[in-house]
Ligand binder design. Structure first.
Ligand code: CA
Length: 224
């Protein structure tokens, strides 16, 4: 997947040069030439990192950054002109992840983007979920209760994994259909049938296993 960058920069020559360099470096780039357009791009979503020039014609990039930081941890590299020391400091205080002072080399920009993206990767999710005596190993795609392996079909496993990832949380049949079957147009009866079979497999074990509870009118949850 090519990371998607928002380039918020009012100088067209500079922006076009950056964009073509960044695209050759393996990024998808959306260019916005003022704060208003930049905000629209950021709030539309799907952006992995923003390169934000602080000197914009319709307001300061700092205000845009402040507004963004009230709702989002999106990685941001701020760009300032030479001598704009105060802006640079303010940018970092508001929560920019890094900064560059113009003029800078395109190679340096790419290196900084890679570094910030690396730092902002979410920690890997644990591959083993434990709910009471139930152990779900996502790497092996296996579930066991007190050491006894459950013989599950792929969809039964996926259903159990999803419920076990958030014990006590209620999932609707639509949510389960969408996440596990990839559609919401299939019949809710598919979910009912899989829950029924899964319950049977959890019940016939020597050790007490978590239960799948039906929450009437809402959906299903796993109780430890
Ligand atoms: Ca500017």
């Amino acid at each position: 997947m090519r990371p998607h960058l928002a380039l918020i920069e009012d100088d067209p020559d500079f922006a076009l040069m950056c964009r073509s360099y960044l695209e050759r470096a393996g990024f998808t780039v959306t260019w916005a030439m003022d704060a208003r357009a930049g905000k629209a791009v950021l709030y539309e979503g799907g952006v992995d990192l923003a390169v934000l020039d602080l000197g914009l014609p319709d307001g300061s990039g700092l205000e845009l950054l402040r507004a963004l930081r009230s709702t989002s941890r999106l990685p941001v590299i701020v760009v300032t002109g030479r001598g704009a020391e105060a802006d640079r400091v303010a940018g970092l205080e508001i929560g920019a992840d890094d900064y560059l002072v113009k003029p800078f080399s395109q190679r340096e920009l790419v290196a900084r983007i890679h570094a910030v993206l690396r730092r902002s990767q979410p920690p890997e999710l644990p591959t083993v979920l434990q709910v009471g005596a139930l152990r779900v190993d996502s790497a092996a795609r296996q579930a066991s209760v007190d050491g006894v392996l459950l013989m599950l079909r792929p969809k039964e496993y996926a259903l159990l994994e999803m419920l076990a990832a958030a014990p006590g949380r209620v999932f609707s049949a639509e949510q389960l259909l969408e996440r596990i079957w990839g559609t919401s147009w299939q019949q809710a009866a598919t979910v009912v049938e899989h829950v029924y079979r899964l319950r049977g497999k959890l019940a016939g074990l020597p050790a007490p296993a978590p239960r799948i509870t039906t929450v009437r009118g809402y959906g299903y949850r796993l109780d430890p």
